[in-house]
Design a protein around this ligand. Structure first.
Ligand code: GLN
Length: 284
């Protein structure tokens, strides 16, 4: 078969085996869909359509990039989080499924009608801030990041999803909060230790180091957040943040020493300690 006459089905069959892993056929479909500017449903409906040679060549170039390890989300520029279709670029961490737990725990603490102020520290793509704002239209969410490039991605996501109750501010952790106070502060900070071998594997090789790594034990950002957040919480306000699955005991201790009450850790779907938090104890 010449390239000019290959069908959608034929091209996917040729591509089979180029990528490793259980997810290879789904990834092939997403890459072909991206090359054609179509979704996967279109590919199924048009399996016997002939493809233009240029499209087959474009698909092949995407496959080569993916086979070299580049994350799928950076190649397609999209990632689904909380059922929202988000734009992602190499300037931001690729949203993870386990981070939906942070959103879930935040939503449990805000009623539909609550006009509360929420901050998301180190928003990256804006995934957490936008998901919360999307679910709680009356809440006002301030999303911060030290990186101007990340904030541009997050702003774009809030705009394309028409979530108007998110604002943005640039700065490190609490430095971007000014003199405002919040009912709830959430964060998915970097928490991987500098020497962690996982940094040399998979998607992590391509993600911004500042979004992943935080000092020799991975706890630098979390320490700064837990230390400073009490000044930015209203009485009885909550801090919730994601962390590494072996950091639970340490972060609970940090929270307690920083004056938080009702300190807890919740496990992710894989049963690993993943999100901890506490409530600012009333002074006196
Ligand atoms: N959960 C990510 C990972 O281990 C890290 C994200 C983060 O540091 N916030 O791949």
């Amino acid at each position: 078969m010449s390239a000019g006459s290959i069908t959608v089905r034929g091209l996917l069959a040729v591509a089979k085996g180029r990528l490793d892993g259980n997810d290879a056929s789904r990834e092939n479909e997403l890459l072909l869909g991206h090359a054609l500017g179509r979704d996967r449903a279109w590919l199924y409906a048009h399996a016997d359509d002939p493809l233009a040679a240029a499209d087959a060549v474009h698909f092949h170039s995407l496959l080569v990039r993916r086979a070299a390890g580049e994350p799928l989300a950076y190649i397609t520029g999209r990632r689904e989080f909380w059922s929202l279709d988000l734009a992602v670029t190499p300037d931001v961490l690729i949203p993870r499924l386990e981070t939906e737990l942070l959103v879930e725990l935040a939503l449990r603490r805000i009623s539909q009608s609550a006009q509360v102020d929420i901050a998301d520290l180190g928003t990256g793509s804006g995934a957490v801030a936008v998901a919360i704002a999307h679910e709680r239209a009356r809440a006002r969410v301030l999303a911060t990041d030290a990186s101007a490039a990340a904030l541009a991605v997050a702003r774009g996501n809030a705009g394309s999803l028409d979530t108007r109750n998110v604002e943005f501010a640039q700065g490190d952790w609490c430095a971007a909060l000014g003199n405002r106070k919040f009912e709830l502060i959430v964060s998915n900070p970097p928490y991987i230790a500098e020497a962690d071998v996982h940094l040399a594997r998979g998607d992590l090789r391509f993600e911004p180091r500042a979004a992943l790594v935080s000092g020799s034990d991975g706890l630098d950002a979390i320490c700064a957040i837990v230390r400073d957040v009490p000044m930015y919480l209203k009485p009885d306000g909550w801090l919730l943040f994601e962390h590494g699955h072996q950091q639970g005991a340490e972060v609970r201790d940090l929270l307690q020493r920083s004056g938080f009450a009702e300190v807890f850790t919740e496990r992710d779907l894989e049963g690993r300690e993943r999100v901890s938090g506490g409530r600012l104890a009333q002074a006196g």
